[in-house]
Ligand binder design. Sequence first.
Ligand code: ACO
Ligand code: LMR
Length: 264
Amino acid sequence: GKVRAPTHIISTISDDRGDEPCYAGVPMSTIVQSGFGVGDVISLLWFKRSLPRYCTQFIEICIMLCADHGPCVSGAHNTIVTARAGKDLVSSLVSGLLTIGPRFGGAIDDAARYFKDAYEKGLTPYEFVEGMKKKGIRVPGIGHRIKSRDNRDKRVELLQKYAHTHFPSVKYMEYAVQVETYTLSKANNLVLNVDGAIGSLFLDLLAGSGMFSKQEIDEIVEIGYLNGLFVLARSIGLIGHTFDQKRLKQPLYRHPWEDVLYTK
Ligand code: ACO
Ligand code: LMR
Protein backbone atom coordinates (compact mmCIF):
# COMPACT_ATOMS: atom_id res chain seq x y z
CA GLY A 1 0.00 0.00 0.00
CA LYS A 2 0.89 3.67 -0.07
CA VAL A 3 3.27 4.97 2.55
CA ARG A 4 2.24 8.40 3.79
CA ALA A 5 5.15 10.65 4.78
CA PRO A 6 4.44 12.20 8.17
CA THR A 7 3.54 15.92 8.00
CA HIS A 8 4.50 18.64 10.45
CA ILE A 9 1.23 20.55 10.12
CA ILE A 10 -2.41 19.48 10.00
CA SER A 11 -4.86 22.03 8.65
CA THR A 12 -8.60 21.70 8.11
CA ILE A 13 -10.02 25.12 7.25
CA SER A 14 -8.63 26.22 3.91
CA ASP A 15 -6.77 24.94 0.86
CA ASP A 16 -4.90 26.91 -1.79
CA ARG A 17 -3.58 24.02 -3.88
CA GLY A 18 -6.23 23.87 -6.61
CA ASP A 19 -7.30 26.34 -9.31
CA GLU A 20 -8.72 28.61 -6.68
CA PRO A 21 -8.51 28.83 -2.90
CA CYS A 22 -11.25 27.14 -0.87
CA TYR A 23 -12.57 28.07 2.55
CA ALA A 24 -13.90 24.94 4.29
CA GLY A 25 -14.25 23.32 0.87
CA VAL A 26 -16.12 26.26 -0.68
CA PRO A 27 -14.29 27.74 -3.69
CA MET A 28 -13.64 31.49 -3.87
CA SER A 29 -15.79 31.81 -7.02
CA THR A 30 -18.80 30.35 -5.16
CA ILE A 31 -18.19 32.77 -2.30
CA VAL A 32 -18.24 35.72 -4.70
CA GLN A 33 -21.02 34.45 -7.01
CA SER A 34 -23.31 33.55 -4.11
CA GLY A 35 -22.95 37.04 -2.66
CA PHE A 36 -21.46 35.76 0.59
CA GLY A 37 -20.51 38.39 3.16
CA VAL A 38 -17.89 38.54 5.87
CA GLY A 39 -20.27 36.64 8.21
CA ASP A 40 -20.27 33.71 5.79
CA VAL A 41 -16.48 33.78 5.56
CA ILE A 42 -16.24 33.75 9.36
CA SER A 43 -18.67 30.82 9.45
CA LEU A 44 -16.50 28.87 7.02
CA LEU A 45 -13.10 29.67 8.53
CA TRP A 46 -14.03 29.58 12.22
CA PHE A 47 -16.93 27.14 12.38
CA LYS A 48 -16.09 25.12 9.24
CA ARG A 49 -19.65 25.22 7.89
CA SER A 50 -22.09 27.50 6.14
CA LEU A 51 -24.54 28.96 8.64
CA PRO A 52 -28.06 30.21 7.85
CA ARG A 53 -28.38 33.84 6.76
CA TYR A 54 -29.86 35.02 10.08
CA CYS A 55 -26.73 33.70 11.85
CA THR A 56 -24.22 35.24 9.44
CA GLN A 57 -26.13 38.51 9.61
CA PHE A 58 -25.95 38.38 13.42
CA ILE A 59 -22.17 37.88 13.19
CA GLU A 60 -21.94 40.88 10.84
CA ILE A 61 -24.04 43.01 13.19
CA CYS A 62 -21.69 42.11 16.08
CA ILE A 63 -18.71 43.15 13.94
CA MET A 64 -20.32 46.44 12.91
CA LEU A 65 -21.50 47.35 16.42
CA CYS A 66 -18.14 46.60 18.04
CA ALA A 67 -15.97 48.23 15.36
CA ASP A 68 -15.34 51.31 17.48
CA HIS A 69 -16.39 53.08 20.66
CA GLY A 70 -14.63 56.40 20.44
CA PRO A 71 -11.10 57.55 21.27
CA CYS A 72 -11.29 57.25 25.08
CA VAL A 73 -11.61 53.48 25.54
CA SER A 74 -8.53 51.42 26.49
CA GLY A 75 -7.79 50.03 23.03
CA ALA A 76 -8.20 53.25 21.07
CA HIS A 77 -6.20 55.17 23.67
CA ASN A 78 -3.23 52.80 23.32
CA THR A 79 -3.43 52.90 19.53
CA ILE A 80 -3.57 56.71 19.50
CA VAL A 81 -0.57 57.03 21.83
CA THR A 82 1.39 54.51 19.75
CA ALA A 83 0.55 56.18 16.42
CA ARG A 84 1.59 59.53 17.92
CA ALA A 85 4.91 57.98 18.94
CA GLY A 86 5.54 57.61 15.21
CA LYS A 87 4.99 53.88 15.04
CA ASP A 88 3.67 52.03 11.99
CA LEU A 89 0.17 50.68 11.35
CA VAL A 90 0.75 47.16 12.66
CA SER A 91 2.44 48.38 15.86
CA SER A 92 -0.34 50.92 16.50
CA LEU A 93 -3.00 48.28 15.86
CA VAL A 94 -1.53 45.58 18.09
CA SER A 95 -0.82 48.03 20.88
CA GLY A 96 -4.59 48.66 20.99
CA LEU A 97 -5.50 45.02 20.56
CA LEU A 98 -3.31 44.08 23.53
CA THR A 99 -5.72 45.83 25.90
CA ILE A 100 -8.54 43.45 24.94
CA GLY A 101 -9.01 41.12 27.85
CA PRO A 102 -11.14 40.28 30.88
CA ARG A 103 -12.10 43.89 31.64
CA PHE A 104 -12.24 45.35 28.15
CA GLY A 105 -13.88 43.62 25.19
CA GLY A 106 -12.48 40.21 26.01
CA ALA A 107 -15.15 39.09 28.48
CA ILE A 108 -17.32 37.46 25.80
CA ASP A 109 -16.01 33.92 26.22
CA ASP A 110 -16.12 34.04 30.00
CA ALA A 111 -19.62 35.51 29.87
CA ALA A 112 -20.70 32.59 27.65
CA ARG A 113 -18.96 30.08 29.97
CA TYR A 114 -20.42 31.38 33.21
CA PHE A 115 -23.95 32.09 31.88
CA LYS A 116 -24.08 28.63 30.26
CA ASP A 117 -22.87 26.89 33.40
CA ALA A 118 -25.26 28.81 35.67
CA TYR A 119 -28.22 28.27 33.32
CA GLU A 120 -27.52 24.55 33.01
CA LYS A 121 -27.16 24.17 36.77
CA GLY A 122 -30.51 25.95 37.15
CA LEU A 123 -29.03 28.62 39.44
CA THR A 124 -31.24 31.58 40.23
CA PRO A 125 -29.64 34.95 39.41
CA TYR A 126 -29.24 35.48 43.17
CA GLU A 127 -27.42 32.15 43.61
CA PHE A 128 -25.24 32.78 40.55
CA VAL A 129 -24.22 36.36 41.35
CA GLU A 130 -23.71 35.81 45.07
CA GLY A 131 -21.79 32.59 44.32
CA MET A 132 -19.45 34.54 42.02
CA LYS A 133 -19.03 37.20 44.70
CA LYS A 134 -18.01 34.54 47.24
CA LYS A 135 -15.40 33.31 44.75
CA GLY A 136 -14.19 36.90 44.29
CA ILE A 137 -14.99 36.88 40.55
CA ARG A 138 -16.77 39.77 38.84
CA VAL A 139 -19.57 38.50 36.62
CA PRO A 140 -18.18 38.65 33.06
CA GLY A 141 -20.58 40.49 30.76
CA ILE A 142 -21.96 42.67 33.56
CA GLY A 143 -20.93 46.25 34.34
CA HIS A 144 -19.80 49.26 32.39
CA ARG A 145 -17.81 52.41 33.04
CA ILE A 146 -20.29 54.83 31.41
CA LYS A 147 -23.41 52.81 30.66
CA SER A 148 -26.05 52.40 33.33
CA ARG A 149 -29.72 51.72 34.05
CA ASP A 150 -30.61 55.21 32.77
CA ASN A 151 -28.06 55.30 29.95
CA ARG A 152 -28.46 51.90 28.33
CA ASP A 153 -26.04 50.55 25.76
CA LYS A 154 -27.76 50.91 22.39
CA ARG A 155 -25.62 48.07 21.00
CA VAL A 156 -27.09 45.66 23.53
CA GLU A 157 -30.63 46.75 22.67
CA LEU A 158 -29.99 46.33 18.93
CA LEU A 159 -28.55 42.83 19.36
CA GLN A 160 -31.43 41.79 21.62
CA LYS A 161 -33.98 43.16 19.17
CA TYR A 162 -32.40 41.31 16.25
CA ALA A 163 -32.28 38.04 18.17
CA HIS A 164 -35.89 38.38 19.39
CA THR A 165 -36.99 38.73 15.76
CA HIS A 166 -34.77 36.09 14.12
CA PHE A 167 -33.60 33.48 16.65
CA PRO A 168 -35.77 30.44 17.41
CA SER A 169 -34.89 30.77 21.10
CA VAL A 170 -33.20 33.37 23.27
CA LYS A 171 -33.14 31.39 26.53
CA TYR A 172 -29.51 32.19 27.43
CA MET A 173 -30.01 35.88 26.71
CA GLU A 174 -33.17 35.88 28.82
CA TYR A 175 -31.19 34.31 31.65
CA ALA A 176 -28.51 37.02 31.26
CA VAL A 177 -31.25 39.66 31.45
CA GLN A 178 -32.54 38.10 34.69
CA VAL A 179 -28.99 38.29 36.04
CA GLU A 180 -28.87 41.95 34.98
CA THR A 181 -32.14 42.65 36.77
CA TYR A 182 -30.56 41.29 39.94
CA THR A 183 -27.22 43.11 39.54
CA LEU A 184 -29.04 46.37 38.77
CA SER A 185 -30.74 46.02 42.15
CA LYS A 186 -27.22 46.27 43.63
CA ALA A 187 -25.79 49.15 41.55
CA ASN A 188 -26.87 51.32 38.62
CA ASN A 189 -23.89 50.55 36.36
CA LEU A 190 -24.17 46.77 36.62
CA VAL A 191 -25.92 46.48 33.28
CA LEU A 192 -25.62 43.64 30.79
CA ASN A 193 -22.79 44.97 28.63
CA VAL A 194 -22.04 44.32 24.97
CA ASP A 195 -19.68 41.44 25.84
CA GLY A 196 -22.40 39.81 27.94
CA ALA A 197 -25.02 40.34 25.26
CA ILE A 198 -22.84 38.77 22.55
CA GLY A 199 -21.75 35.93 24.85
CA SER A 200 -25.28 34.94 25.83
CA LEU A 201 -26.75 35.47 22.36
CA PHE A 202 -24.03 33.44 20.71
CA LEU A 203 -24.99 30.55 22.97
CA ASP A 204 -28.53 30.97 21.66
CA LEU A 205 -27.24 31.08 18.08
CA LEU A 206 -25.18 27.91 18.53
CA ALA A 207 -27.95 25.99 20.31
CA GLY A 208 -30.85 27.30 18.22
CA SER A 209 -29.38 26.95 14.74
CA GLY A 210 -29.42 23.14 14.92
CA MET A 211 -26.03 23.22 13.15
CA PHE A 212 -23.87 22.22 16.14
CA SER A 213 -23.85 19.16 18.38
CA LYS A 214 -23.78 19.65 22.15
CA GLN A 215 -20.17 18.49 22.11
CA GLU A 216 -19.25 21.06 19.44
CA ILE A 217 -20.90 23.86 21.44
CA ASP A 218 -18.97 22.80 24.55
CA GLU A 219 -15.74 22.85 22.53
CA ILE A 220 -16.41 26.31 21.06
CA VAL A 221 -17.07 27.67 24.54
CA GLU A 222 -14.11 25.85 26.08
CA ILE A 223 -11.60 26.91 23.40
CA GLY A 224 -13.00 30.44 23.48
CA TYR A 225 -13.91 31.50 19.92
CA LEU A 226 -16.08 34.44 20.82
CA ASN A 227 -13.54 37.06 21.92
CA GLY A 228 -12.40 36.73 18.30
CA LEU A 229 -15.51 38.69 17.31
CA PHE A 230 -14.44 41.70 19.39
CA VAL A 231 -10.78 41.44 18.30
CA LEU A 232 -11.79 41.34 14.66
CA ALA A 233 -14.39 44.09 14.99
CA ARG A 234 -12.26 46.49 17.01
CA SER A 235 -9.34 46.11 14.58
CA ILE A 236 -11.48 48.12 12.15
CA GLY A 237 -11.72 51.05 14.56
CA LEU A 238 -8.11 50.81 15.72
CA ILE A 239 -6.87 50.97 12.14
CA GLY A 240 -9.14 54.01 11.67
CA HIS A 241 -7.67 55.70 14.77
CA THR A 242 -4.15 55.10 13.43
CA PHE A 243 -4.97 56.75 10.10
CA ASP A 244 -6.75 59.60 11.90
CA GLN A 245 -3.71 60.44 14.04
CA LYS A 246 -1.37 60.27 11.03
CA ARG A 247 -3.74 62.41 8.94
CA LEU A 248 -3.91 64.98 11.73
CA LYS A 249 -0.09 64.89 12.04
CA GLN A 250 -0.42 64.61 15.80
CA PRO A 251 2.78 65.07 17.82
CA LEU A 252 4.22 62.72 20.46
CA TYR A 253 1.73 62.29 23.27
CA ARG A 254 2.82 63.08 26.80
CA HIS A 255 0.38 62.77 29.66
CA PRO A 256 -0.04 66.02 31.66
CA TRP A 257 1.56 66.10 35.12
CA GLU A 258 -1.62 67.69 36.49
CA ASP A 259 -3.50 64.52 35.76
CA VAL A 260 -1.20 62.34 37.86
CA LEU A 261 -1.36 62.09 41.63
CA TYR A 262 2.30 61.96 42.61
CA THR A 263 2.43 60.52 46.06
CA LYS A 264 4.73 58.55 48.33
N1 ACO B 1 -19.85 41.66 38.73
C1 ACO B 1 -20.09 41.90 40.03
N2 ACO B 1 -19.82 43.06 40.63
C2 ACO B 1 -19.29 44.02 39.88
C3 ACO B 1 -19.02 43.87 38.52
C4 ACO B 1 -19.33 42.62 37.95
N3 ACO B 1 -19.10 42.38 36.66
N4 ACO B 1 -18.49 45.02 38.04
C5 ACO B 1 -18.44 45.87 39.05
N5 ACO B 1 -18.92 45.28 40.18
C6 ACO B 1 -19.13 45.88 41.49
C7 ACO B 1 -18.04 45.50 42.43
O1 ACO B 1 -18.68 45.23 43.65
C8 ACO B 1 -17.21 46.73 42.57
O2 ACO B 1 -16.79 46.82 43.86
P1 ACO B 1 -15.37 46.18 44.32
O3 ACO B 1 -14.32 47.05 43.68
O4 ACO B 1 -15.46 46.29 45.78
O5 ACO B 1 -15.32 44.79 43.84
C9 ACO B 1 -18.18 47.86 42.26
O6 ACO B 1 -19.13 47.29 41.35
C10 ACO B 1 -17.55 49.03 41.58
O7 ACO B 1 -16.87 48.57 40.50
P2 ACO B 1 -15.96 49.52 39.68
O8 ACO B 1 -14.55 49.11 39.88
O9 ACO B 1 -16.29 50.96 39.90
O10 ACO B 1 -16.42 49.12 38.26
P3 ACO B 1 -15.85 49.74 36.99
O11 ACO B 1 -16.86 50.70 36.50
O12 ACO B 1 -14.45 50.19 37.14
O13 ACO B 1 -15.77 48.43 36.09
C11 ACO B 1 -15.92 46.92 34.44
C12 ACO B 1 -16.28 48.31 34.85
C13 ACO B 1 -14.39 46.77 34.33
C14 ACO B 1 -16.53 46.68 33.07
C15 ACO B 1 -16.46 45.91 35.48
O14 ACO B 1 -17.83 46.08 35.61
C16 ACO B 1 -16.14 44.48 35.15
O15 ACO B 1 -15.04 44.02 35.47
N6 ACO B 1 -17.07 43.74 34.49
C17 ACO B 1 -16.84 42.38 34.11
C18 ACO B 1 -15.94 42.30 32.89
C19 ACO B 1 -16.66 42.76 31.63
O16 ACO B 1 -17.78 42.36 31.37
N7 ACO B 1 -15.96 43.56 30.80
C20 ACO B 1 -16.51 44.00 29.52
C21 ACO B 1 -17.03 45.41 29.57
S1 ACO B 1 -17.78 45.89 28.00
C22 ACO B 1 -16.49 46.21 26.97
O17 ACO B 1 -15.37 46.32 27.37
C23 ACO B 1 -16.76 46.34 25.50
C1 LMR C 1 -16.19 49.60 24.15
O1 LMR C 1 -16.87 48.99 23.33
O2 LMR C 1 -15.01 49.91 23.92
C2 LMR C 1 -16.79 50.03 25.42
O3 LMR C 1 -17.94 49.35 25.74
C3 LMR C 1 -15.84 50.17 26.55
C4 LMR C 1 -15.98 51.52 27.17
O4 LMR C 1 -15.27 51.76 28.16
O5 LMR C 1 -16.79 52.34 26.71
